[in-house]
Ligand binder design. Structure first.
Ligand SMILES: Cc1cc2nc3c(=O)[nH]c(=O)nc-3n(C[C@H](O)[C@H](O)[C@H](O)COP(=O)(O)OP(=O)(O)OC[C@H]3O[C@@H](n4cnc5c(N)ncnc54)[C@H](O)[C@@H]3O)c2cc1C
Length: 419
């Protein structure tokens, strides 16, 4: 039986990056993925801030396009923020994961595509991991010192039985990749366009992202919980087609691919982070942020944190991964709790009018501030800018009201003949 220092199950952004980091530091790593190619589950839209590339040493080959403009459209409002330089990228998700896997191989470790994790057992102080290779009835077993669950929302290693009594919040997204003419592409190039409100996507939001020259990604995603006000919704495809027919009016296009996926977030980050020598990263421990469903860079960040603890464990400096869980909670808990609360109000409680009003207030924010809100989940700009504005509007309303009361008293006095 082959032996590895670390076996990482799942070659998404978190598994790929974790395997890459550990292989780089000289560990013998196996990265195993159930799909045979990265084109097979190319489900993510891939919009991230540009700093992520430098921070995690990602090459320009994994970039589909750049963006420097944010557009938010609601049922009745249209707001735009523009920067003078690119502030983010839309990743080619398949190329990103392929690049990470190639890095693992380049460092002398192994990548097994088409290998589905079945189960693992403890045997003589080691963990035996069983995989089912695609198209083969025989399973393959390997042994490892550390096993990493990077299987995303499936949590195949940590939670093999589907019955978990945890407070999960799930969301579902579908996306069309369409080919359009170059003049149509130019209209939507370099910007992320988001659609909010009950017309475009009750319980969630829709989007148009530029994927690469002449290709646009048009998607819709929503939370799978009842809305306080909206009783009935249509299929996700209906909302995507609404954007194509109503917003992109008359565009001529060809559908290249339809893909999508599920996000499963555990409220209060109550996931199991480790059990003995098994550790979970990325969406398997809810690193996706539920305000906008952004999860790629957070999954990669969790892989960086985990690889430090795995190295310490392999070196005998840690006896378990409890400090990994503490570090993850320190990094995410406060902001993620807050984002979840904001997401639930915005997507599941607000009336359409309130969404319109909220977005109209956002025009008080500068481009830097809107980026802070959307990508750093820093809501201070809203309080700093919008509360004084609301206070000003309220006091103007009160002044107006007092004026009206005064003038009606004056009118009454005039009618009574009192001077
Ligand atoms: C429609 C949609 C759009 C999104 N858009 C964005 C976006 O624009 N920006 C952003 O940052 N995030 C986005 N996200 C979220 C982001 O894609 C995820 O948060 C991110 O991919 C999580 O990375 P991960 O590596 O933890 O898990 P995943 O990417 O889910 O990777 C898990 C891997 O494990 C494999 N696996 C599962 N079970 C097994 C098994 N038994 N054996 C072997 N392999 C297995 C899977 O095949 C998969 O490759 C989007 C998500 C969806 C659904």
């Amino acid at each position: 039986m082959r032996h590895f220092d670390v076996v990482v199950v799942g070659a998404g952004p978190s598994g790929g990056h974790c395997a890459r980091q550990l292989a780089k530091s000289g560990k013998k790593v196996l990265l195993a993925e159930q799909h045979q190619t990265f084109a097979q589950n190319d489900f993510s839209s891939g919009a991230i801030p540009i700093e992520t590339l430098k921070r995690y040493n990602l090459p320009s080959d994994v970039v589909g396009s750049l963006w420097q403009k944010i557009v938010i459209i609601t049922t009745n409002i249209h707001q735009t923020w523009e920067c003078d330089r690119p502030r983010g990228v839309v990743l080619n998700f398949a190329k990103l994961r392929e690049f990470l896997a190639q890095e693992v191989q380049r460092q002398g470790s192994e990548v097994w595509m088409g290998h589905r994790y079945i189960q693992s057992d403890q045997e003589n102080g080691k963990t035996i991991v069983e995989f089912k290779p695609y198209g083969n009835s025989e399973t393959v077993k390997v042994s490892t010192q550390v096993l990493v669950d990077a299987t995303g929302q499936i949590r195949a290693v940590m939670c093999p039985s589907k019955q978990q009594n945890l407070p999960y919040l799930t969301g579902t997204g579908t996306e069309y990749l369409i080919e359009v003419g170059s003049s149509d592409y130019q209209k939507y190039a370099q910007k992320l366009t988001f659609f909010l409100g009950h017309k475009w996507m009750p319980k969630g939001y829709s989007w148009i992202f530029p994927m690469e020259p002449n290709r646009l990604k048009i998607g819709s995603a929503r939370l799978n919980r009842p809305h306080k006000i909206v009783e009935k919704t249509s299929s996700l495809r209906t909302y995507i087609e609404l954007i194509i027919n109503d917003y992109l009016q008359g565009i001529s296009y060809k559908i290249i691919d339809v893909h999508g996926g599920v996000l499963k977030y555990c409220s209060g980050l109550q996931d199991t982070y480790y059990r003995n020598n098994v550790i979970a990263i990325g969406d398997a421990v809810s690193t996706v942020n539920m305000l906008g469903g952004e999860g790629i860079r957070h999954g990669i960040e969790s892989a960086e944190i985990a690889s430090r603890f795995i190295e310490a464990y392999l070196a005998g400096q840690q006896v378990d991964f409890s400090s990994y869980q503490q570090e993850m909670h320190k990094t995410y808990k406060k902001t993620w709790d807050w984002s979840e609360r904001m997401g639930i109000s915005k997507y599941l409680e607000y009336s359409d009018k309130l969404i319109d009003r909220g977005v109209s207030y956002l025009n008080q924010l500068s481009t830097e501030e809107i980026l802070q809100v959307l990508f750093e989940y820093n809501f201070n700009p809203i309080y700093r800018r919008i509360l004084p504005y609301l206070r000003y509007k309220l006091s103007a309303k009160i002044r107006n009201l007092i004026g009206q009361v005064r003038s009606s008293f004056t009118n009454i006095n005039i009618l009574k003949g009192v001077d």
